[in-house]
Design a protein around this ligand. Structure first.
Ligand SMILES: CC(=O)[C@@H](O)[C@H](O)COP(=O)(O)O
Ligand SMILES: NCC(=O)COP(=O)(O)O
Length: 272
């Protein structure tokens, strides 16, 4: 299937989280809005990946969605499928079933959520989580997936994340998003995230980011935080899509990302 839109020029990938499409779908027994159709339109518009978080209570993404999206991703070999969850709960069984069906699985993002948690609101803790994570990371990698750890923007913790074998970290960006309206607090948060990203890169970790990113706060984050490989965005992007449609929304986010990338290059050039 030839994508209608190339994935853009930014070095940061956009992975669209479809949790909230599934949430609306689950409020009736009609199968609409379709999660697979949402994924197709987002990929055709240039999203580099699809993210889902199949929580144990199946409040939104269900196991059937995982397999249907995996089947879809077969037709998009240049795009990524990222499954998030707590590896101490259902995530590893989900991952094993995906692989047993021969479906693509590019990245597992380990998130330390409790089973009934309202939403993700913190990263892993070291050294408390060290030993259990080491084994689970190896199991995820043995399934052929890159493993990313959902982490608070704490530069000191990055070496520990690397030491347990993670390939990447996903920086939990809600504190940055919450600070967006206060310029001084926003600057402090960007300093935190910049330091965390630099510390992660220094120990060989790839850097992803996500949670409460949106069209307003995304560009500044990408300009100020170096080397972000992937942003996974769901809640705000799907809210935008309710107004603009999936295709126009993904193109708008990609434009923000491409312009941020160009802006960061320009500022580097200006800096000489
Ligand atoms: C890990 C994270 O920050 C989000 O990807 C998470 O998927 C949000 O979960 P809800 O969509 O259930 O709030
Ligand atoms: N990992 C973050 C994600 O997938 C989506 O988070 P949000 O944009 O729904 O807050």
């Amino acid at each position: 299937m030839t994508p209608a839109t190339s994935p853009g020029t930014s070095s940061t990938a956009l992975s669209v989280n479809l949790n909230k499409v599934a949430l609306v779908r689950n409020t009736r027994h009609l199968g609409i809005p379709s999660v697979v159709r949402a994924a197709t339109l987002c990929l055709e518009a240039g999203a580099q990946g699809i993210t889902i978080h199949p929580r144990p209570d199946e409040r939104h993404v269900r196991l059937g969605d995982v397999f249907e999206l995996g089947e879809l991703m077969r037709s998009w070999p240049d795009r990524e499928f990222n499954i998030e969850g707590n590896p101490l709960h259902n995530l590893m069984n989900v991952a094993r079933e995906v692989k047993a069906k021969g479906l693509p699985l590019h990245q597992l993002t380990f998130v330390p959520d409790s089973e009934g948690q309202f939403t993700s609101d913190h990263g892993w803790s070291f050294p408390q989580d060290e030993e259990k994570l080491r084994t689970l990371i190896a199991q995820g990698q043995a399934l052929g997936a890159r493993v990313s750890l959902f982490m608070d923007a704490d530069a000191v913790a990055m070496s520990a994340a690397r030491a347990v074998g993670a390939d990447r970290v996903e920086l939990y960006t809600e504190p940055y998003a919450a600070a967006w309206q206060q310029p001084s607090e926003r600057a402090l948060q960007l300093d935190r995230f910049r330091a965390a990203a630099q510390a992660a890169a220094a120990v060989g970790l790839g850097v992803n980011a996500g949670h409460d990113l949106n069209r307003e706060n995304l560009a500044a984050f990408l300009r100020q935080v170096p080397g972000v490989r992937e942003v996974s965005i769901g809640h705000a992007l799907i809210a935008d899509a309710l107004e603009m449609g999936y295709s126009a929304t993904v193109r708008a986010y990609r434009m923000v990302m491409d312009e941020a990338q160009a802006g960061s290059h320009a500022s580097l050039a200006e800096a000489g």
